[in-house]
Design a protein around this ligand. Structure first.
Ligand code: SF4
Ligand code: SF4
Length: 391
C-alpha cells in the first residue's frame, strides 16, 4: 500500500475506522482497486475535492441499471478508474441467515472489491466497488443465489421495514407481511422504472421508527393504535417499587409531550384523547404499558430529508387504517395505486411526490387521490422533536 498520512489520522480515534477495514481488505485480497481507492481518497483529502462521477450500467434482466462510479482522475490513479455500486434488496425486517450472507460475501469478493455497507440511507445492502466488465456475471450469480437488486431510477425504490412482529411486541401491524406484499406488487416498476421520479416506502411497526420512516421515504407506513394505551397495574406497581415515585413523575409523567399522563388517587392515568402516540411512556415502562388493542397504520406521504423544497415532514394523509386481513392489504395497495396514478398525471419530471403536493396543494392532492379531507391531515404538527437544517 502507498503511504496515506491523512487517512491514517482517522485510525487514531476511539472507534474502529473504515480506513483500517479498507487496508485490511486490500492487504488480504491484493485487489488493486482497493489500493487505488485508498490513494484516491488520500488525494481527495489533500485537495478537498471529490472525484467520482455517476451514471448507469445496464444488465440483462434488470432495466433499472447499476449505479456507476467512474474516477475523474484515472490518469493519476488508474486502479480506481471504476468503482461501481450494486444495491441489493434487503429482506423484510432485515432477516437473513448466515448461509445467505456467506454466499453473498463470496460472490462479492469474487467479482467486486469485497466492501459491503449494510443498510445505508437507501436501505439496500450496498456492494461497493466493481468494474463494468464483471457487473453482468455478478448480477447473474446473485440472482441464482436468491438475491435481487434494489431500485434505481425513476420507479419504486427499495423499501425497508423494522423487525416488527418478528421480534417486537410494540408492532401494531404485520409490517413484514405488508412490505413483502407491496414489494411483490410493485416489483415490475422496481425493475423497469417508468414514473416521474423515485418513490420509497418505509414500513415501521410502531411510532418509535416514525422519524426514520418519514425522513427516509416518500411513503411512511407507521403502526399506531386508536384506543387507550394498555396499562398492566401490577407491572406499574413493580416499576414504582423498583425505581421510585420520583422516577415515575420525572422520567415518565413530566416527559409526556402533551401532558396526557397524570396521577389520580395515586394511580397512573392516561388521557387517550391527548396522547399523540409518541411512545415515550411505553419505552420507559415496557412491561407496564403497551399499545392499545385497536391497531393499524397511519400513512404519511411526501416527507423526506432532503427534497428540493427542503426537509418535509410529510402529510398525514390517512390517519388510521386497519391492517389485519388480506383485504386490508389489498385496500392499501389499491389506495397507493390511485395516488401514484394521480402523481403520474400531476407531477413533473424529476419531481418527488412531496414536491408535487407542495406545488399543487394538499387540497388538489386529496381530491385526486380520492381521499376525504380530515382534520388530522397535518403537514406541520404542533410537536416535532426532530429538527434538521437543510443542507
Ligand atoms: Fe419494534 Fe416499533 Fe422498533 Fe419496529 S419501530 S422494532 S415495532 S419498537
Ligand atoms: Fe404521552 Fe407519548 Fe405516552 Fe402518549 S405515548 S401518553 S403522548 S408519553
Amino acid at each position: 500500500l502507498n503511504p496515506t498520512p491523512m487517512l491514517n489520522e482517522l485510525e487514531s480515534g476511539p472507534w474502529p475506522s473504515f480506513v483500517s477495514g479498507f487496508k485490511e481488505l486490500a492487504e488480504r485480497t491484493k485487489k488493486p482497486m482497493l489500493r487505488g481507492v485508498l490513494d484516491q481518497l488520500e488525494y481527495s483529502y489533500n485537495t478537498k475535492m471529490g472525484y467520482w462521477k455517476g451514471g448507469l450500467v445496464t444488465v440483462d434482466g434488470y432495466g433499472a441499471g447499476v449505479i456507476t462510479r467512474y474516477s475523474m482522475i484515472k490518469d493519476k490513479i488508474p486502479e480506481a478508474a471504476e468503482f461501481h455500486t450494486m444495491r441489493i434488496q434487503p429482506a423484510p425486517g432485515l432477516h437473513y441467515n448466515t448461509a445467505m450472507m456467506r454466499e453473498l460475501c463470496d460472490i462479492w469478493e469474487k467479482y467486486g472489491s469485497g466492501i459491503i455497507t449494510l443498510h445505508g440511507q437507501t436501505g439496500d445492502i450496498m456492494l461497493q466497488g466493481i468494474e463494468e466488465k464483471y457487473v453482468q456475471q455478478c448480477f447473474d450469480e446473485l440472482n441464482e443465489a436468491g438475491w435481487d437488486l434494489g431500485g434505481a431510477g425513476a420507479g419504486m425504490r427499495t423499501a425497508v421495514s423494522c423487525i416488527g412482529p418478528g421480534r417486537c411486541e410494540n408492532a401494531c401491524y404485520d409490517n413484514l407481511n405488508l412490505h413483502l406484499k407491496a414489494l411483490k406488487h410493485f416489483v415490475g416498476v422496481l425493475h423497469r422504472p417508468e414514473w416521474n421520479y423515485k418513490l420509497k416506502f418505509k414500513f415501521s411497526g410502531c411510532p418509535n421508527d416514525c422519524t426514520n420512516a418519514i425522513m427516509r421515504s416518500d411513503l411512511a407506513v407507521i403502526g399506531t393504535w386508536k384506543d387507550a394505551i394498555q396499562i398492566d397495574r401490577d407491572e406499574v406497581t413493580a416499576w414504582v417499587e423498583k425505581k421510585g415515585m420520583d422516577a415515575l413523575v420525572n422520567q415518565v409523567i413530566n416527559l409526556c409531550p402533551t401532558r396526557a399522563i397524570s396521577l389520580k388517587d395515586g394511580e397512573m392515568h392516561i388521557e387517550t384523547r391527548d396522547c399523540v402516540r409518541c411512545m415515550h411512556c411505553l419505552n420507559a415502562m415496557p412491561k407496564a404499558l403497551s399499545p392499545g388493542k385497536e391497531r393499524g397504520i397511519s400513512l404519511l406521504m411526501g416527507g423526506k430529508n432532503t427534497l428540493k423544497v427542503g426537509v418535509n415532514m410529510g402529510s398525514l394523509i390517512i390517519p388510521f387504517m386497519k391492517m389485519e386481513s388480506d383485504e386490508d392489504v389489498e385496500a392499501f395497495i389499491e389506495q397507493i395505486e390511485t395516488i401514484i396514478e394521480w402523481w403520474e398525471d400531476a407531477g413533473l419530471d424529476h419531481e418527488r411526490i412531496g414536491e408535487t403536493i407542495e406545488r399543487v396543494g394538499l387540497k388538489q392532492f386529496i381530491e385526486g387521490a380520492g381521499i376525504e379531507a380530515d382534520i388530522n391531515m397535518v403537514s406541520r404538527p404542533r410537536d416535532n422533536p426532530y429538527f434538521k437544517a437543510p443542507y
